[in-house]
Design a protein around this ligand. Structure first.
Ligand SMILES: *Cc1c(COP(=O)(O)O)cnc(C)c1O
Length: 470
């Protein structure tokens, strides 16, 4: 065959569009993306023909419409994998760092959109017409909500801890209990952060016990601060002793030391009425006299990723004027999302109703059961599988409430002879990936973290993959 003939036997775009498979690809990705990928694929084939010296080497199968469409589909799928996208979290962990932690309240989403697509008074004082501070409004809110003298925001809590230590204790000693040398995950260890800030770590006490005297004996002329780290992702139980915040503050202040606390999750309200263990609130820390408290914006607070620093005005001013502050500065979208989230906290009921993280934590288990029932009725029962509604345990996650779990409900699918890993894997490769888990060789879909509006999609996906497996 001659090159000319081979080139003219490349199928036309219309031939592709007529194929059933094309319709499915277009429905999944859009016509524009499909045509773009198809054209680049055809171009590649054309180039290969032009460059081939010995046409007997050319594989005519490459001109097959269905083969080309399969290739286009695979390329679109792998292109899609590269971008950030929505997943359905059927794992039952509410604040899952790998899945993006807290879902933003609707009010925060709206505000982010408004600020993202318009100019704003980010650093502009509308009264004077001059340059203003980007932290002014959020500072006022945090003062109102925590009782602190002042506040600042940076990119995340790790940045907050690092910044505070750099400004307060660079080149000086910071006393920390051995029981609080926390590893947060993602290889973030408190001792490493402290070191990179230039502060010198002075460990006292033992893993399970530390007394005020241990701290006091470690004080010398080069000591700058005492650091408390909330052991948010584990608890030391049993034969233990720790120093109460107030006692620590009094002793530290007598010695002219700053008291810093990394609260980790940081809650504004006590949630122990909702079946969770008691956790100290930010307000209590401030009341006890802690000089600087840091916590995350996207853990229990339920807002966007951010590191929040609240505390004494003189320290906060010093931090604000440090050059690192500029490097860790948050953008307008973070500020917009956080402001709108904090706004909800002015009313406890509004916060519980409108902040998804708090809503899920305080939701009655009967509502979860209802969603589980709805899901199970939508999954097509088949021979060779066992479908069951089961009780399960959901968790807060995000390194918070390590010992608490919630009564929740899940749908359990027993695939018997079939490969369960493959089933779970295939669900993760969908356009809207489903994140389930395997427990005792069965697939578990926990409904705690699945919204009512996602059940239809979840059921369709499970049915689709089941029909492929069987
Ligand atoms: C989660 C956590 C951090 C890190 O916070 P990010 O906002 O993820 O940077 C630091 N300290 C403690 C105690 C934590 O629980």
């Amino acid at each position: 065959m001659e090159k000319k003939d081979l080139l003219s036997s490349i199928p036309a775009i219309n031939d592709f569009l007529a194929a059933v498979k094309s319709k499915k690809i277009i429905a999944n990705y859009s016509r524009r993306k499909f045509l773009k990928m198809l054209k680049s694929e055809l171009e590649a084939i054309r180039n290969d023909i032009l460059q081939e010296n010995n046409l007997t080497n050319f594989d005519n199968e490459r001109l097959d419409i269905n083969k080309i469409l399969l290739k286009v589909q695979k390329k679109l799928a792998s292109e899609e994998k590269r971008t950030l996208k929505k997943v359905i979290n059927a794992g039952g962990i509410i604040i899952h760092t790998n899945l993006g932690r807290s879902l933003l309240p609707q009010a925060a989403v709206d505000k982010v959109q408004e600020i993202a697509e318009n100019y704003s008074n980010l650093e502009f004082d509308l009264a004077s017409g001059k340059r203003g501070s980007r932290y002014k409004k959020i500072r006022k809110m945090l003062k109102d909500l925590t009782g602190a003298e002042s506040a600042l925001i940076v990119n995340n809590n790790a940045a907050a801890v690092m910044l505070v230590l750099t400004v307060i204790a660079k080149g000086q000693e910071v006393i920390i209990s051995r029981g609080e040398m926390v590893e947060i995950g993602g290889s973030f260890r408190i001792p490493d952060v402290m070191e990179s800030s230039g502060a010198i770590l002075r460990e006292v006490g033992s893993t399970n016990k530390v007394y005020l005297d241990d701290y006091l004996e470690a004080v010398n002329e080069n000591t700058a601060a005492v650091l408390k780290v909330h052991t948010s992702n584990y608890r030391v139980r049993g034969f233990t002793h720790f120093v109460e915040a107030q006692e620590m503050v009094e002793a530290a202040h007598r010695n002219n030391l700053a008291v810093i606390e990394d609260l980790g999750s940081g809650i504004l309200f006590d949630l122990s009425d909702y079946g969770l263990e008691y956790e100290p609130t930010v307000k209590e820390g401030i009341k006890a006299g802690i000089d600087l408290l840091t916590f995350s914006g996207d853990k229990l607070l339920g807002g966007p990723q951010a590191g929040i620093i609240v505390g004494k005005k003189n320290y906060i001013s010093k931090i604000e004027s440090h050059p690192l502050m500029r490097a860790l500065r948050v953008d307008k979208m973070t500020l917009a999302g956080l402001e709108a989230t904090l706004e909800l906290y002015y009313n406890f009921e509004a916060a519980l109703d409108n902040i998804p993280t708090l809503k899920l934590i305080t939701e009655k288990k009967e509502l979860v059961k209802k969603r589980a029932k709805k899901l199970i009725t939508k999954i097509k029962d088949r021979k060779n599988i066992d479908l069951k509604l089961i009780k399960s345990k959901a968790k807060v996650g995000g390194g918070a409430y390590p010992l608490s779990s919630f009564a929740s409900y899940a749908v359990e699918i027993d695939l018997k002879e079939q490969n369960i890993e493959k089933f779970i894997y295939k669900l993760r490769q969908l356009k809207i990936p489903i994140i389930g888990r395997i427990q005792n060789d069965k697939a578990i879909f926990d409904l705690k973290t699945v919204a009512d509006s996602e059940i239809e999609e979840l059921a369709d996906s499970i049915n689709e993959i089941l029909s492929e497996v069987f």
